[in-house]
Design a protein around this ligand. Structure first.
Ligand code: AHG
Ligand code: MN
Ligand code: MN
Ligand code: MN
Length: 295
């Protein structure tokens, strides 16, 4: 049995980065326990113009407090915060980017949602995804699963009864596969996106789309395929955010042999203009992504 701490030691992760990763991973429990009291909507909007769920706000405030108290984080960019937060008490050079609760539309129907985290070690939250020091997500499903990379492959852990994370799998290799999912209204898809999806369907593709990026990506990581949230003529920039969603998940995908793209370029090389920079996103098996980029 390999615990998260055992893995981080074997990966020779710096002590303060190990401390930060373990600290964040432990917040899965308080977040899961907050579901029952935070079922409805907060009546406020975030910078992306989305109505905030009570659990969005609760998870955001909880993680901000924990990270501020840790004095390990210099800057924090969150989907739910209008500006990048700067912590003067930081004694280390880490910057965190986060989607505190991904899949908010599913909170009230008890489907899988998650928390997405990216960690940079240059003290700044706005960087290219390829410069991430670590990326992780917690997935709140029948098990509490943690997927983590520190740039040395992707490892999957599950929380056991002792509230420890035990390694389930790793290093994970994302196969070529046929799972696909796409956001945006089909009637608003571009011709290129429609052709891409139809070719996957003709090739025996299986539609898997729940409304939670983390949950849908976790299937793609395991079985292969692609998650898409395309740009449309009405919304060429798409819906998902480069900094909080595409980069951390795309970095994990890349570390597992997959790829992430906006349909033309590797998103990990794109310099974010602002924290809530929206982007079309395709993330999944390398073969599918290169096929898309050559269309
Ligand atoms: P979030 O809940 O963090 O705002 O993210 C929601 C995202 C993503 O998780 C999901 O795949 C997508 O929005 C669903 O969008 P649609 O409801 O438009 O399909
Ligand atoms: Mn949101
Ligand atoms: Mn999200
Ligand atoms: Mn969110």
């Amino acid at each position: 049995m390999i615990t998260l701490e055992n893995y981080l030691d074997s990966a020779e992760v710096a002590e303060d980065l190990k401390e930060l990763i373990v600290l964040i991973s432990k917040q899965a429990l308080p977040i899961r326990n907050a579901f029952i009291e935070n079922q409805s909507y907060a009546g406020t909007e975030n910078k992306s113009g989305e109505v905030q769920a009570e659990l969005d706000v609760w998870s955001d405030e909880h993680l901000i407090n924990v990270l501020k108290k840790s004095s390990l984080v210099k800057e924090l960019a969150s989907e739910e915060q209008p500006e990048i937060l700067k912590f003067e008490n930081a004694k280390a050079d880490y910057a965190v980017v986060m989607d505190p609760l991904d899949g908010s539309s599913l909170i009230q129907v008890n489907l899988c949602v998650g928390t997405i985290i990216g960690i940079y070690d240059n003290g700044r939250a706005l960087n290219r995804g390829e410069d991430l020091a670590a990326a992780m997500y917690m997935l709140y499903g029948p098990m509490t699963v943690l997927v983590l990379t520190v740039g040395k492959g992707v490892y999957v852990f599950a929380m056991d009864g002792e509230e420890r994370y035990i390694m389930l799998d790793g290093p994970v290799k994302m196969p070529e596969g046929k799972i696909y999912g796409s956001g945006a209204l089909r009637k608003e898809w571009t011709l290129k996106h429609k052709r891409f999806i139809e070719e996957i369907e003709e090739d025996g593709g299986k539609l898997r789309y729940s409304g939670s990026f983390v949950a849908d990506f976790h299937q793609v990581l395991k079985y292969g395929g692609v998650y898409c949230y395309p740009g449309t003529d009405k919304k060429p920039e798409g819906k998902l955010r480069l900094v909080f969603e595409a980069n951390p998940i795309g970095f994990i995908a890349k570390q597992a042999g997959g790829a992430v793209s906006d349909g033309g370029t590797n998103l990990l090389t794109v310099k974010p203009e602002k924290a809530d920079h929206k982007t079309p996103i395709y993330v999944g098996s390398a073969g599918l992504i290169s096929k898309l980029e050559s269309m």
